[in-house]
Design a protein around this ligand. Structure first.
Ligand code: NAD
Ligand code: HSE
Length: 361
């Protein structure tokens, strides 16, 4: 039986939920997927770091029984009060590094370094962190290719909903002209709650408590999170290499609660829409902005933390992918799907992804 040893970098909502999946469903996953998962290292800014590479690895159940804010690895055997990220990523024997620290939309750090260190150490990486992928995705993919490891990031767009794999695997032979979508769970949840009478501030607080929001929810509300997602998706489906400056961004602070409720009374729904399309000269234009959509529009009915992206193609017309856009468990599932992708790739060199990548190279 194949076993993958994991190092979890960041132990907040998402990586904790991944640890829960492994602790609670490890045996079922093993029987279904044909590989076992063992966590051998965890680092976190607040809890410190923990390493256990013998036996069954880190015993996850006792860690998960402690409230997140009270976790202190320094009290445990193999623990340290410091998040020894570089040493753990480079030196502790692990097969896969799961990176789920804060997204930094300015330069992607320190997650960018986490990904680089892992790849340079010959470890596969899966991440839900949008910063490194949006800002340095091309260079990181090339680095991973040179080191013979996988760099997977399904959870960066629409959390566990497999929009990136769907676009990569299912659109072969089609020309994609562009896409538009509701790609932020927090802002979409907030708009719905404001529509039903809550203040913006209270609605944001709810989204934070539900685990949808970024550490700084300004990124959700002002559209910077969607900006990064548009850059990632445009890279994947349009082959574009966009910088943040290429994606003008207007957020929800352009709207008042009255605007949102008045629109609803007039049969319109405000949505924070991210879009990109290919111009006739082949270049790509993209933007993020709130749009008042008529209720019959496909994106108008996308509610709460649900997201949807409508892809405009030549042979199929518009193809819409909808599903959860945020949530701890949903995003942990994206990491699991990345691990499955790594397993498929390493065990079947003729896997769909490998063949598609070879075709594109
Ligand atoms: N929660 C979601 O719905 C969701 C969905 C998709 C993508 N994401 C992305 O996944 C990542 C994690 O999200 P989350 O909800 O778990 O966030 P979170 O804030 O709950 O957890 C992040 C954890 O990372 C730790 N951390 C931050 N910087 C660190 C560092 N330098 N070294 C070690 N640990 C560090 C923090 O202490 C925290 O515990 C973020 O980048 C987020 O944008 C989240
Ligand atoms: N904060 C993000 C998480 C998913 O990327 C959202 O609300 O969509």
């Amino acid at each position: 039986m194949t076993r993958y040893d994991l190092a979890l970098i960041g132990f907040g909502g998402v990586n904790r939920a991944l640890a829960e999946l492994i602790a609670e469903r490890g045996d079922t996953l093993e029987a279904e997927l044909g590989f076992a998962l063992r966590v051998v290292a965890i680092t976190d800014l607040r809890a410190g770091s923990l390493v256990r590479t013998d036996g069954a690895g880190i015993d996850l159940a006792p860690l998960l029984a402690v409230e997140p804010g009270e976790l202190d690895f320094s009290m445990l055997a193999g623990g340290s009060p410091d998040p020894r990220n570089e040493w753990i990523i480079r030196e502790v024997p692990a097969d896969i590094v799961a990176e789920a620290t804060f997204t930094n939309p300015v330069d992607g750090e320190p997650a960018l370094s986490h990904v680089r260190w892992a790849v340079e150490a010959g470890k596969h990486v899966c991440t839900t962190n949008k910063g490194p992928v949006a800002l340095h995705g091309g260079a990181l993919k090339e680095l991973a290719r040179r080191h013979g490891v996988r760099f997977e990031f399904e959870g960066t767009v629409m959390s566990g909903t497999p929009v990136l794999r769907t676009a990569r695997r299912m659109f072969g032979g089609l020309a994609v002209h562009g896409f538009e979508g509701v790609m932020n769970g927090t802002s979409n949840y907030v708009l719905g709650r404001v529509e039903s009478g809550l203040s913006f501030a209270d609605a944001v607080a709810e989204a934070q408590a539900l685990g949808y929001a970024e550490a700084d929810p300004t990124a959700d509300i002002e559209g910077h999170d969607v900006q990064l997602k548009v850059m990632i998706l445009a890279g994947e489906v349009l082959g574009a290499d966009l910088s943040r400056a290429d994606v003008p961004c207007t957020g929800l602070s352009a709207l008042t609660a009255d605007d949102v409720r008045r629109a609803a009374a007039e049969g319109l729904r405000w949505k924070l829409v991210g879009s990109a399309s290919r111009r006739p000269d082949g270049t790509v234009e993209a933007r993020v902005a709130p749009v008042a959509l008529p209720t019959e529009h496909a994106l108008a009915g996308v509610s709460g933390p649900v997201n949807a992206v409508a892809f405009h193609t030549d042979l199929l017309g518009t193809v819409t992918v909808a599903g959860p856009g945020a949530g701890r468990v949903e995003t942990a599932y994206a990491l699991l799907s990345d691990v499955i992708g790594i397993h498929e790739h390493t065990t079947s060199p003729a896997s769909v992804d490998t063949l598609l990548e070879a075709g594109r190279a």
